[in-house]
Write a protein that binds this ligand. Structure first.
Ligand code: GLU
Length: 522
């Protein structure tokens, strides 16, 4: 990359299926880098491999990144001066550069059939198409020009292969890994173009587009590092060495346990999503679950992924997108793989849920209440449990959720934590009854109801003061009363502070529930 060049990065997925969470991280790091540097992020769809094309994958990628707040300045779905951004629509562009490579002797035509190559593979150990084998194969280096011409006229299928000079040291300057050297002898003469579909392969299209789209930095997963020496050679062969982008190969995402790369199977085995959104395989109908539908907040997923392979240089863990943009740097990306700690992902969601106000949680929780048959249009703050259906106000929902949110990781957990605010206990948890409902409980609660009935205000502090004084005057153990009242209001031994519950339910409902527990449990 030359000085003063505008920062332009790209996310260049191949639409071969749902975007893996590792791909999401790559997109995110590109986004953070572009925004921080005041540059551009481009979405390029690398769909030259028609065999692996999966319908719906492109829309999925766009939808998922949009959900996460990763926005593009140019590209598929956005447009821009370098359009089209879908490689299948750029066929004509690549051909010219393929021809240039061939005419300048950097590439050649190879006519070997699949059967011939299979035969070589069977007879030569570790066969690859390279300097040691190419002169014994069917290509424009071994056939004479007239034979090549004839084959072309006959429409004999061929591929164009890059001619790799052996025994060269190819250095990839990586912003994360430093200078990484490769010996060119280990590389094969990669196919750059196939006459059969008139399409370039990934390598060719990728380099041509990075050049034409003036990409300054290639930030991508570590799995592409082995392709980087070929890419460097291609830039040189095409005469573009001076505008070669800088490379940054991000660390792998590792399995939560054991060795190796995080896979979909790890998610299935350990019960967590490896895709941003739900995906239904168009061929098999098999569904893979996503973070979005599992109840994650996009901010939590972004924060979690940002810290998988990068750190801000201090121990701050909760970082908004804006903070990430400000702090991100490729220098602090790690070289070694980042272990995918799924529990940490949940922790982030829990943290973000705590930041939500009761009002905002109410919006997300309303569909759940609706599914439980609760009406949420009541005007009065006091809930109504007496009608055919329970009726509450939005403000009541908000207050109830505020009280229980610290025990929830996902919005879906809120029902489990807050259900007693929206329905009377249907039964009383057996083990809690055995533990806390004593022979003297019913009598004590009868008397306590009279106290509650007479209470002039029904707010936590006066209620608690009154209750404690009454307990002391009557010689009850406070645990006996508190646990029994909680059991009556909630149905089990959980929930927020007792008088917070009572206040929100209101005097009438609180008394109703205590009396009902007396009736049922005696
Ligand atoms: N199309 C490649 C992919 O699917 C892009 C690799 C790159 O960024 O160069 O990830």
């Amino acid at each position: 990359m030359s000085e003063n060049q505008r920062v332009r990065v790209r996310f260049a997925p191949s639409p071969t299926g749902p975007l893996h969470i590792g791909g999401v991280r790559t997109a995110l790091y590109n986004y953070l880098f572009a925004k921080q540097q005041g540059g551009d992020l481009i979405l390029r769809i690398e769909d030259t491999d028609s065999q692996r094309f999966v319908p719906g994958a492109e829309d999925y990628i766009i939808d998922a990144l949009n959900w996460l707040g990763i926005h593009f300045d140019e590209g598929v779905g956005v447009g821009g001066t370098h359009a089209p951004y879908r490689q299948s629509e750029r066929k004509a562009i690549y051909r010219r550069y393929v021809d240039q490579l061939v005419s300048e002797g950097h590439a050649y035509l190879a006519f070997d059939t699949a059967e011939e190559l299979a035969e070589k593979r069977a007879s030569i150990a570790n066969f690859q198409y390279d300097a040691t084998t190419r002169m014994g194969l069917n290509n424009s280096l071994t056939l004479d020009a007239s034979a090549v011409q004839e084959m072309l006229e006959n429409g004999t299928p061929y591929v164009v292969r890059f001619l790799v000079e052996p025994e060269q040291t190819i250095v990839v300057n990586d912003l994360i890994r430093g200078a990484v050297s490769f010996n060119s002898s280990i590389l094969d003469d990669k196919v750059l173009f196939k006459s059969a579909d008139q399409l370039p392969t990934y390598h060719m299209a990728n380099i041509v587009d990075d050049h034409l789209m003036a990409i300054s930095h290639v930030i991508r997963g570590e799995e592409w590092l082995p392709s980087a020496p070929l890419h460097v050679m291609l830039y040189k062969a095409l005469g573009w060495e001076d505008s070669m982008p800088a490379f940054a190969h991000l660390p792998l995402l590792l399995k939560p346990d054991g060795n190796g790369k995080l896979s979909k199977r790890d998610g299935d085995r350990l019960g967590f999503p490896v895709f941003p959104c739900d995906w239904i395989d168009p061929k098999t109908g098999e569904k893979s679950s996503g973070y979005r539908e599992s109840g994650y907040y996009p901010e939590a997923v972004v924060n979690f992924l940002a810290l998988l392979g990068w750190n801000p240089g201090n121990d701050q863990e909760i970082l908004s997108m804006d903070e990430l943009i400000e702090l991100f740097s490729l220098d602090r990306c790690s070289k070694s793989g980042a272990r995918f700690d799924y529990e940490k992902g949940k922790w982030f969601n829990h943290q973000y849920l705590q930041q939500r106000s009761g009002d905002s949680l109410t919006t997300d929780f309303n569909p759940i209440l609706e599914s439980k048959g609760v009406d949420t249009n009541r005007e009065s703050l006091l809930p109504d449990f007496t009608g055919q259906i329970v009726s509450v106000s939005p403000a009541y929902v908000s207050l109830a959720l505020e009280k229980v949110k610290m025990r929830a990781t996902f919005v879906n957990d809120l029902w489990e934590q807050a259900s007693f605010y929206f329905e009377r206990p249907g039964s009383y948890q057996e083990k809690t009854v055995q533990k806390y409902w004593k022979p003297e409980t019913a009598g004590m609660l009868q008397a306590y109801c009279q106290q509650l009935e007479a209470a002039p205000v029904f707010t936590p502090e006066p209620l608690e003061a009154m209750t404690n004084a009454w307990i002391a005057d009557n010689g009850y153990k406070s645990g006996l009363l508190y646990n029994a009242v909680r059991l009556a209001l909630v149905g089990e031994a959980k929930g927020p502070h007792l008088f917070d519950i009572a206040e929100l339910l209101g005097k009438e409902e609180t008394l109703y529930r205590i009396k009902r527990a007396i009736d049922v449990l005696h």
